[in-house]
Ligand binder design. Structure first.
Ligand code: MN
Length: 190
């Protein structure tokens, strides 16, 4: 029932986003994560972790930072079907989230057990093409929809003064930039 909200928000006759979940979770496969760069009314990065057969999802307005001193707001949004992790293209005008979606990063993730594991805090390792190493998500008490996405110090951490991962502008699926994806899919739909 967790995908009801996702389905209610979309007209699948009009958008090419996936409607159903035919992928089944299995006990032995590794868990997938994706980050989709989404040029909606406000550009943001959708951070999605596979959990219990769906993609738990957060919209990160500024995108992830590799700098452990930087906390990035991550607003939890509706669960998405696992198929959504392959989606790249255009959400048409008038549809929820209209704009271009890029598959900006993908890979596997592993939950890490910490000595002080608590509800509302998740420590995990990302094995993506762009995002790697240890990260945490911390739920804010003031508003449970708001979380903070933070890099944990490790070999993959970088100071924001020298490098920001959001400088990486191309898709891990097509190698295209947002502009190129937009043009490519507009031509496909003609
Ligand atoms: Mn989005």
């Amino acid at each position: 029932m967790t995908l009801n909200k996702y389905r209610q928000k979309r007209n699948f006759h009009l958008t090419s986003e996936p409607a159903d979940t035919t992928k089944k979770k299995s006990s032995h496969h590794t868990l997938h994560f994706v980050v989709q760069k989404h040029a909606a009314s406000h550009l943001h990065y959708d951070f999605r972790l596979e959990m219990n057969g769906v993609l738990k999802s957060w919209a990160v307005p500024k995108g992830p930072s590799l700098d452990p001193t930087i906390k990035r707001l991550a607003v939890q949004v509706e669960d998405h079907p696992l198929e959504y992790g392959e989606f790249e293209g255009i959400i048409p005008p008038g549809q929820y989230g209209q704009g271009t979606v890029m598959l900006w990063d993908e890979g596997n993730w592993i939950a890490e057990k910490t000595s002080h594991s608590t509800k509302g805090a998740l420590t995990f390792t990302l094995k993506g093409k762009k995002l790697k190493g240890l990260w945490k998500l911390i739920q804010m008490k003031s508003n449970p929809k708001n979380w903070l996405l933070i890099k944990i110090h490790d070999q993959y951490a970088r100071s924001a003064n020298e490098y920001e991962i959001t400088q990486e502008l191309t898709s891990v699926k097509s190698g295209q930039t947002l502009e190129e994806i937009t043009i490519f899919h507009q031509q496909q739909n003609k």
